[in-house]
Design a protein around this ligand. Structure first.
Ligand code: SAH
Ligand code: SF4
Length: 341
């Protein structure tokens, strides 16, 4: 059978893997603990069972993967999916902490003006298996067990809350004790602000961290750069975020990409702080990463620091996130399937 006609093992919950109870656990360990990508490597499974598995199931969601190492140690992975579409993830080692930034879609339908993924438009949703296999492949390529990737951010291509079912089932597999066995505190889902998705996430009990890409404290500015702001006013998004916080008690991260003369003024920093009264939040200021043909400019460093100082004076903990992997187009908002020069 052609790979596409087979069932992905990663699409199945560990309990639903083929074989009897003991075999299921062995298989789950090969997939999620050892991270092998070949049937032959599963040496403690009987040959006949392996042959049967190979007949009906597939072990990879990709026909090919290209790795682009950055000078700073991060690596951008370009995955070619079975239908020929492409998606990307970014591996970021930092001392003993290994973080992977994964995609939830091919492209993105949200169309934010400052984001290269938004510019390329929407390809399709990724399946849960395709989301998970980004992690498994990156770990394999780095010679680590998949479980050694301890931090995961859903901040690659796509809007995770517009692909909610698949994203939630990928997260379930990440948290599952026989899956990647990750702590929910080490998974962060970043959203452009889809209120009904935020409520669903809060009610799901998954317990992962939430990052909100607000990028402006006022609807007027926000609508200029984020098309979904036409439908979802900030007040509605913040109501959902308050619900999330009340339910999970997890500190919320606010992402704010600074664009010159657009959202980087001091009154906007003061207005931003007002939205976070009464919830524990942390602001990540992201210097804007350029991409060819973008209609924006980044805020100069001195103004970034002034913006930060205003937020801190209002009691909001703030950090500036200097993106990694700029040289290979792997930084926030640069993922658009271009091959680095
Ligand atoms: N769709 C989700 C997650 C992917 S984008 C979201 O929007 O949150 C991940 C982060 O990168 C978001 O905060 C996004 O606003 C930011 N981003 C997009 N383009 C950027 C750019 N060119 N420079 C810096 N940050 C950017
Ligand atoms: Fe999509 Fe996020 Fe980029 Fe907006 S910033 S276009 S929501 S990936």
């Amino acid at each position: 059978m052609a790979p596409m006609a087979k069932t992905s093992l990663l699409a199945l919950a560990p309990e639903a893997l083929p074989g009897e109870g003991f075999r299921k656990r062995q298989l789950a360990a090969w997939l999620y603990e050892k991270g092998v990508r070949q049937w032959d490597a599963m040496t403690d499974l009987p040959k006949a069972f392996r042959a049967e598995l190979a007949e009906h199931y597939r072990l990879s969601e990709f026909t090919e993967v290209q790795a682009y190492p950055s000078q700073d140690g991060s690596v951008k992975y370009l995955y070619i999916l079975l239908d020929g579409q492409k998606t990307e993830a970014v591996y970021m080692p930092y001392k003993n902490r290994r973080t992977l930034c994964v995609s939830s879609m091919v492209g993105c339908p949200a169309g934010c003006t400052f984001c290269a993924t938004g510019r390329m438009g929407f390809g399709r949703n990724l399946s849960a298996a395709e989301i998970l296999d980004q992690v498994l492949f990156a770990a394999y390529h780095q010679n680590h067990s998949p479980r050694e990737i301890r931090n995961l951010v859903l901040m690659g291509m796509g809007e995770p809350l517009l692909n909610l079912e698949n994203v939630f089932s990928a997260i379930e597999r990440m948290l599952h004790p026989q899956g990647l066995s990750m702590s929910p505190r080490r998974i962060t889902l970043s959203t452009v602000g889809i209120p009904r998705g935020i409520y669903r996430l809060a009610d799901s009990g998954l317990g992962v961290r939430l990052a909100l890409s607000l990028h402006a404290p006022d609807d007027e500015t926000r609508k200029q750069i984020i098309p979904t702001a036409q439908r979802y006013p900030i007040a509605e998004i913040m109501e959902a975020v308050r619900y999330y916080y009340a339910k999970t008690r997890r500190r919320v991260t606010l992402e704010y990409t600074l664009l010159k003369d657009l959202n980087d003024r001091e009154w906007q920093a003061r207005a931003l702080a007002q939205h976070f009264r009464g919830i524990s939040a942390h602001v990540n200021l992201i210097p804007w990463n350029p991409w060819p043909g973008a209609p924006h400019r980044g805020t100069p460093r001195a103004q970034i620091l002034r913006f930060k100082a205003v937020l801190e004076a209002q009691g909001i903990p703030t950090s500036v996130r200097f993106s990694r992997g700029r040289d290979v187009g792997a930084a926030c908002g640069q993922l658009a399937l271009q091959q680095p020069a």
